[in-house]
Ligand binder design. Sequence first.
Ligand code: GAF
Length: 385
Amino acid sequence: MSVEARDLVAEFAYRFGRAPTISRAPGRVNLIGEHTDYNDGFVMPAALEFATLTAASARSDRRLRVYSMVMDETREFDLDAPGAASGDWSDYVLGVAVMLEMSGWPLSGVDLIVWSDVPIGAGLSSSAALEVSVAHALLTQSDQPFDPVTIAKICQRAENDFVGMRCGVMDQYIACCGVAGHALLIDCRNLASRNVAIAPNLRLLIANSGVRHQHAGGEYNLRREACEEGVRLLSSMLGPIKALRDVTPEQLEAKRRKLPNLIYRRCRHIVTENARVLAAERALEAGDFAACGRAMNASHVSMRNDFEITCPEVDMLVGLAQTVEGVYGSRMTGGGFGGCTVSLVEASAVDKTSQILTDGYRIATGLDTEIFVCAPSDGAGLIAV
Ligand code: GAF
């Protein structure tokens, strides 16, 4: 289904009899830096053209009424008695409203319609796109400013404390702050970022394994706990450290024998991944795409062997891509346990790569992959209608 902003305006007029504003927030693909965000580390995502649109118009009371065009469902809440999470899509909407108010942004009641073309459960950050586009819509309708980094943190809190998923800040940050034509090198400790241009001859090719990832409360949170355990154990040996960001690969190696093997391997992924993100950024800036690709390939090996967040289908897609001439590097993107791969590809090799992935994946697994060739887009904003 593809909806343009004017279709959303028409749907809004039909349902609510008024003209809305339209807020947009994108999904993302992460070039490199997986699970490093909640370790105060580095990530390098880009915002996608896939996005969530939220049509909104203020009400004179304190009710929040939201219709999802994707789910074809309506939910209604009272901002004065919001209640707890219910376990469905509307938690992201209500969670954002609750956290905005708790953070000091009083909201008026609002009618909302949400629509999205960010694939759900594919590791392209459909939840953050929903959160950020709703936050933008609620603030716009309540005449409140949208400060991108602050709002990213509030949306992360909605997901951590309301939905119960202990994600880092990467997805909300890039949904708020993305820059067209660029990836962002984000320092998740001080929340500063630098734009990293994607050269015109390069394409980011995303392949969806179709294996749906399921994060909330499960393996994702276990990985986070393993990292926290690593920090606890390493603190007693290295002196007080706040996060795995503070540990170098050499320090970790020196303490290897004193750590349980599983914790050591989880930590090794994080500390080496941080180094790879910085190497990839330097390589892109220098136009050394092969070096960037090598960092991406090494990232995948580390996610597969040390962090254990890939799956055979995703490994297959990565392996296929890495055989194609013109593909600099390929890796799983996102939280893991399924979802998508991202490959850094010469524009001239896109068709051949798509063909090899499509055919090879079907032969190897009996499954179909969906391929998206994406151009990095801007972060959250209003759409003119
Ligand atoms: C998910 C989380 F939401 C992010 O915060 C990040 O940890 C990512 O997985 C892994 O890099 O998308």
